[in-house]
Ligand binder design. Structure first.
Ligand SMILES: O=C(CO)COP(=O)(O)O
Length: 258
């Protein structure tokens, strides 16, 4: 399957990695990344502890650096938190916000996620705002309502039109870490809905944020997912911890055999 438009392949390492494992993984990814066409953009989001080390390793390569969260305030007495300007200072380009694991474990609200996105944009970072319905919401037929509400609450005005751009990651909660990827048909209809909801919320059809799919993506299904017209890339968890899998997914974006 061939995919001609550019694709954003983002690896979310979550709470995984040591200096030794990161050195090996990044070395292998850089070896393989050199063979990818320029239409495929790779982003690695390691935990905070590895941002500096990974940033130094990928310097001068096509791979960009992303973080997994930031705080909305620029500095202050917030023990354990990390501010957006601190990330920008480290050479970070992207920041994942509102991941379902943070919504679940840290009770993050759409309003907080929106404030974080505004803080990230203010220092030139590209936010990757995560949205997604739970299995219960899906079974109740409320998935689209839930996604529209998350967009209305978490996506800042003008999102995507800023020079830093903006990214929305559709990650159905029931597909994350479960090995249960959403079907191509589901991803197609849901991302079409998300695109419509973004256009309605932002009041424009131009410069809309890019839309990623995330949830048990593997090299096996990446090419099919990435060939959907409303999907601009993928957000990869588990499979981003293996260079073979991550590069296989990127090869799916490049239209080459994975
Ligand atoms: O949450 C995810 C990426 O942010 C998806 O994780 P998995 O690819 O492990 O399902």
């Amino acid at each position: 399957m061939t995919h001609t438009a550019s694709s954003l392949i983002v690896g979310n390492w979550k709470m995984n990695g040591t200096s030794a494992s990161a050195a090996t993984l990044i070395g292998e990814i850089l070896d393989g990344a050199a063979a990818l066409p320029p239409s495929v953009a790779l982003v690695i989001c390691p935990p905070f502890t590895l941002l500096d080390r990974v940033g130094r390793m990928i310097e001068g390569s096509v791979v960009r650096l992303g973080a997994q969260d930031c705080r909305a305030e620029p500095k202050g007495a917030y023990t354990g938190d990390v501010a957006a300007p601190m990330l920008a200072d480290l050479g970070v380009h992207y920041v994942i916000l509102g991941h379902s694991e943070r919504r679940r474990d840290h009770f993050e609200t759409d309003a907080q996620i929106r404030a974080k996105a505004e803080a990230a944009l203010a220092c030139g970072l590209t936010p990757i705002i995560c949205i997604g319905e739970t299995a219960e919401e899906r079974d109740a037929g409320d998935a689209f309502l839930r996604l529209s509400a998350q967009i209305a609450g978490a996506v800042p005005a003008g999102f995507g039109a800023d020079s830093a751009g903006g990214v929305i990651a559709y990650e159905p909660v029931w597909a994350i870490g479960t090995g249960r990827t959403a079907s191509r048909e589901d991803i197609e209809s849901t991302t079409a809905h998300i695109r419509q909801a973004l256009a309605a919320h932002l009041g424009t059809d131009d410069n809309l944020p890019q839309i990623l799919y995330g949830g048990s993506v593997t090299a096996r299904d990446a090419a099919s997912i990435l060939s959907i017209g409303t999907v601009n890339g993928v957000l990869v968890g588990g499979a981003s911890l293996s260079a073979d899998s991550f590069l296989g997914i990127a090869a799916g974006a490049a239209g080459s055999p994975s």
